[in-house]
Design a protein around this ligand. Structure first.
Ligand code: C2O
Ligand code: CU
Length: 474
């Protein structure tokens, strides 16, 4: 069963009711000098204007500094990011900085790189921004619920020389599972049915925490768009062709040649895309639509409501580029690792190993596990490999399941080399790659960032139910 995103209707059968929570009392923490504070706490948001049970600001969420998405963190490459994270939730949390090449101790993975941040506690994140790009941040514990309730925000690291554009527009795309009362459907957090299928899909689409945001543009303007998919599990397909946009980068890393999208831009959970287009004269409004479901849904609208730009000489769109920084893998000396993905509904997985014990799928399901990597239910401490510093690692993702997965590697960007054995068309470097049902995808990267890193499916319900592993770099 797939849920479609719709503005008009909520899925029937979803009951009402969101548990009340009270704000724990916290000691007042004075942020250290130069640290910006960022607090996770219950809040309300105006997510569903015009939707079910709508009213101003009446959806209970969990948010960073009271807003969904959280505050935009932005700095220039070469600077440091210093954030004092304060946890005002009633459960443990952390902040993971998705996609960025970061110091391992700052990667925000409880159990691997730090202790969980307890309710009322705090953690100082302090790291160098060594590479530019569009990144995001989110908790890395109980992520399905915490991200699903609204904890996510964007981190932009500006290039040394910022591209010359007239507007730089961020579009943070999310889907929510909303009840008839306009509240987050919280009884289905942790549902095994979602975990065994395509993850927790929502029935309400938001962009930047709102419905169909609307941007004013002028003819002749050059517009940069940063798309970020923060949904728990939904794969969006954005029809960028209408805008005449080119894709210049994916997952924060520049493409060698800008891509003219003929098909909709596929954006799996966690993925980003950097697009640029020149606004043509003569159209009043252009929409950017998600066409991943039967019925296209408008994600954002661009209205010609600003003065036309005076004619001026400008480098042609195709001559622009975004920085590329990931080292080229050395395939002649690569170490090859197969990662067989198994399980899920219609997957035919009979048994798998959990913590050293061979168990039937039925027993595993009782414990909340339905997926396996190489015959083992994936756990954070399963080291898939230990790399020497600078070693090229080539991983073949072998998807033997009936579902797509968004495989994400921490701390590194990798190159997508092959799909089903065929050379992949110049995909650039990514940190998250979609692997289709029954598909094989070959990637490679230079393991040059020391520490313990996760490798998992970014469909957060799959991650929680067995699609998790880690690796280390000496
Ligand atoms: Cu965006 Cu391991 O996560
Ligand atoms: Cu998955």
């Amino acid at each position: 069963m797939t849920r479609s995103v719709s503005r008009r209707a909520v899925i029937a059968g979803i009951g009402a009711g969101v548990a009340a929570f009270s704000l724990p009392r916290l000691p007042v923490l004075a942020a250290a000098p130069d640290f910006r504070s960022l607090k996770a706490a219950p809040a309300t948001a105006n997510l569903i204007a015009g939707g079910p049970g709508s009213g101003e600001n009446n959806t209970a969420v969990w948010a960073y500094d009271g807003s969904v998405p959280g505050p935009l963190l932005r700095a220039r490459v070469g600077e440091r990011m210093r954030v004092r994270f304060e946890n005002a939730l009633e459960q443990e949390s952390s902040i993971h900085w998705h996609g960025i090449r970061i110091d391992n101790a700052m990667d925000g993975v409880p159990g691997l790189t730090q202790d969980p941040v307890m309710p009322g506690g705090s953690f100082d994140y302090d790291f160098a921004l060594t590479h530019p790009g569009t990144y995001w941040y989110h908790p890395h514990i109980r992520s399905s619920e915490q991200v699903g309730r609204g904890l996510h925000g964007i981190l932009i690291v500006d290039e040394e020389t910022v591209l010359d554009v007239d507007q730089d527009i961020l579009l943070v795309i999310d889907d929510w599972r909303i009840t008839e009362n306009g509240q987050i459907h919280d009884q289905s957090f942790g549902a095994l049915h979602d975990a065994a299928h395509s993850g927790r899909l929502g029935n309400w689409l938001t962009v930047n925490g709102a419905s169909e945001p609307h941007f004013k543009v002028g003819a002749g303007e050059r517009i940069r768009i940063r798309l970020v998919n923060v949904a728990n599990s939904r794969i969006f397909q954005l029809d960028a062709a209408k805008l005449g946009a080119r894709v210049f980068g994916v997952d924060g890393h520049g493409l060698e040649t800008p891509e003219i999208p003929v098909d909709p831009v596929l954006l799996g959970p966690g993925q980003r895309a950097d697009l640029i287009f020149d606004v043509a004269a003569g159209v009043d409004e252009i929409s950017l639509d998600d066409v991943s479901t039967d019925e296209p849904v408008t994600a954002a609208r661009f209205t010609l409501a600003r003065d036309a730009m005076p004619a001026r000489s400008r480098p042609p769109l195709d001559s622009l580029s975004l920085p590329r920084f990931a080292p080229e893998p050395d395939m002649a000396n690569a170490r090859r690792i197969d990662l067989k993905m198994e399980g899920g509904a219609m997957g035919g997985l009979a048994t798998a190993m959990l913590d050293g014990e061979q168990m039937s799928l039925r027993d595993l399901a009782q414990k909340g596990y339905v997926w396996a990597f190489n015959g083992k239910v994936g756990r954070m401490h399963d080291r898939l490999f230990e790399a020497r510093h600078g070693e090229t690692i080539a991983i073949e993702f072998i998807n033997e399941t009936a579902w797509p997965h968004a495989m994400h590697l921490h701390g590194h960007h990798f190159k997508v080399l092959t799909r089903d054995g065929e050379l992949a068309p110049d995909p650039g470097f990514r940190d998250t790659v979609l692997v289709g049902p029954e598909q094989r995808v070959g990637i490679a990267f230079v393991a040059d960032n020391a520490g313990k890193w996760m490798l998992h499916c970014h469909m957060l319900e799959h991650q929680a139910s067995g699609m998790t592993a880690s690796f280390s770099v000496a």
